[in-house]
Design a protein around this ligand. Structure first.
Ligand code: SF4
Length: 88
């Protein structure tokens, strides 16, 4: 899969760009606090090409790390892809 194909999987919901809290039991709770660079109206990152340089908490999603990122929303297109790959 090319980088472009990988990027095209994202449906741009922006749900991953809200702060998360993880409780003592390991449950993930998404807050209503967006990343400072998230355009709240169109749900895009205003600094997308530089995000990894300027926001230390931003993580690049890759085929290798998706399965380790338990805080990604259930609705995330990459999680759905991962679920599909496990089931096939
Ligand atoms: S939650 Fe997943 S599908 Fe939604 S914007 Fe983030 S990476 Fe894309």
């Amino acid at each position: 899969m090319t980088d472009e194909q990988w990027e095209s999987i994202c449906h741009g919901c922006g749900a991953c760009c809200f702060e998360k809290k993880i409780d003592r039991q390991g449950n993930v709770h998404t807050t209503a606090v967006p990343c400072r660079f998230l355009d709240i109206h169109d749900r895009t990152c205003r600094m997308y090409s530089q995000r990894l340089l300027i926001e230390e908490d931003c993580i690049q999603l890759t085929p290798q790390n998706i399965s380790k990122l338990s805080w990604l929303p259930e609705t995330c297109a990459y999680r759905a892809l991962q679920r599909d790959n496990i089931q096939t």
